[in-house]
Structure formats: C-alpha cells, structure tokens
Design a binder for this molecule. Structure first.
Ligand code: NAP
Length: 249
C-alpha cells in the first residue's frame, strides 16, 4: 500500500474532491482525519471509511480560524500519534468579475482559499518536523495559473496559494517537509454541480477541455496520492496540473 503507516489530514474532506482523497488515502493504508464545516456529511464519510476497515476521524474545522487549526492538529496527533500529510483542499468558488466583487466577497474568498491554506500549513509544520518530514498538498486551480473571464477573487486566491506553496517548499525543505500545489481544471463535484447542470455552461467547459470530458474527483485524488506518497520524495515546490489539457491551449 502506497501510504502504509502514514497519517493524513484533509481539509474540506466532507464531500467532493476531499472526500474522494480521504477514501483513496485510507484504501492505500493511511489513517485519515477529515475536517470540514459540514458536520453531517463529514461524519458520513468517517463512518463509511471505518466500516470498510479503514481508520478515519472527522473533526469540525473552519479553515479561517487559527485556534481551530491548532485544535485539529493536536487532536490528530493525540489520536494517531503524528501527522505526515496535509491536504489543504477546503475552498469556495465565486464567479464575480472585478467590478461585481464587493470588498466583503473579496475578503471571504481570500480568507477561506488563501488564509486557510496558510493557517493549516503553519499548524502542521511543527508536527511534521517532529515526524521527520511531511508532505503538504495545496489544492489551487487552473484559475491560479491563468486569468479568468468570470472571476476575480477566486483566481487571485488560487494564485496566492501557488506562490505560498513555493515559499513553504523552500523554507522547509531542510526539515524534509515538501509542499506542492495541484491545479485542477473543471471537476464534477457539488461545487460545480449547479454550473454543469446548465447545458450552455457544460458545453462551454467541455469545449475548452481538449481531452473531451469533465474531470472526476478521482483524477485529482490520484495526483494527490502521488504527492502524498514517498514516490514523490524528490518533488517539492512543483505544480501538478490536472485539467484535461485546458491550460495547454
Ligand atoms: P466542494 O465539493 O464544495 O468541497 C469543498 C469543501 O470545503 C466543502 O465541504 C465546503 O463546505 C468546505 N469548506 C468551505 N469553506 C470551508 C471552511 N471555511 N472551513 C472548512 N471547510 C470549508 O468543492 P470541490 O470541488 O471538492 O473543491 C475542492 C477544492 O478544489 C477547492 O479548493 C476548490 O477551489 C478546488 N478546485 C475545484 C475545482 C472544480 O472544478 N470542482 C477546480 C479547481 C479547483 P461548504 O459547502 O460549507 O462550502
């Protein structure tokens, strides 16, 4: 198993990509903590993984709270003894243009998508250092690589995640803590369900994806699995683009 003996924490793990990553990591031998603001969904994923013979713990976490982060990292170590892998996956998507974006909306998106990644990383590093190293996987987006005609705050927050990841990689390489970002294109999850239910939007997204299909959460989860495992032990500060060719156009 590719994550045998490892302990992973996945933020935003109650549904969508985070839940699929948590299930895959557990299948590959990791003990997994899933954290989210969605408590009912989180407990369902926790129960499902445990019923299948995995080891999973759900904890409520608002990624914008430093105190919350300290509590979940401490609870992870108390339950499973250490922390090896952090997937900063929690996020929100907003589509407003520059002029449509209120100050409040900008702050909300930056807080969850940007500050949340910073706080999670900051809380995890001391425990990873104690464990002799670790892997931090930050879920950015293709919107963190190229400009978007329909969003301002979202792409800005994901661009910040891209560079924050590289700063983390450089600052903690000496502690054998690796940090990499993943840049998914359009992926079928609850976040995009509304958009993909619209025929016009669906065709538009499909038309901009050379591989000719919408991504699945598993497409991203397999990338996260590689970065979480020791197979990627020489990989840090990198960007893994999982977008069906979208940004190659
Ligand atoms: P999702 O299904 O909406 O899952 C995201 C989870 O994060 C939800 O459970 C959400 O809860 C939770 N969350 C939101 N704010 C939070 C907070 N303050 N603290 C803790 N948890 C919070 O979305 P997804 O598609 O799986 O997205 C996962 C990541 O991939 C996100 O960072 C997203 O930006 C990124 N991404 C997605 C796509 C895509 O096409 N789906 C493409 C590129 C990148 P709520 O329901 O309460 O918000």
């Amino acid at each position: 198993m590719r994550l045998e003996g490892k302990v992973a924490l996945v933020s935003g793990g109650a549904r969508g990509q985070g839940a699929v990553e948590a299930r895959l990591f557990a299948t590959e031998g990791a003990r997994v903590v899933i954290c989210d603001v969605l408590e009912d969904e989180g407990r369902q994923v926790e129960a499902e993984i445990n019923e299948r013979g995995g080891e999973c713990l759900f904890l409520r976490l608002d990624v914008t709270s430093e105190a919350n982060w300290q509590d979940v990292v401490a609870a992870t170590v108390e339950r499973f003894g250490k922390l090896d892998i952090l997937v900063n996956n929690a996020g929100i998507y907003r589509t407003e243009t520059v002029e449509e974006t209120s100050e409040e909306l900008w702050d909300q998106v930056m807080d969850i998508n940007g500050k949340g990644v910073f706080l999670g990383t900051k809380a995890a590093i001391p425990e990873m250092r104690k464990a002799g190293g670790g892997s931090i996987i930050n879920i950015s987006s293709v919107a963190g690589l190229v400009g978007s005609e329909m969003s301002a705050a979202y792409g800005s927050s994901k661009g910040a995640v891209r560079i924050f990841t590289k700063a983390t990689a450089i600052q903690y390489a000496g502690d054998k803590i690796r940090a990499n970002s993943i840049h998914p294109g359009i992926i079928e999850t609850p976040m995009t369900a509304h958009m993909l239910a619209d025929e016009e939007q669906y065709r538009y997204r499909l038309g901009r994806t050379p591989l000719g299909r919408i991504g699945k959460p598993e497409d991203v989860a397999f990338g996260a699995l590689y970065l979480a495992s020791d197979e990627s032990s020489f990989v840090t500060g990198s960007e893994l683009v999982i977008d069906g060719g979208r940004t190659a156009m």
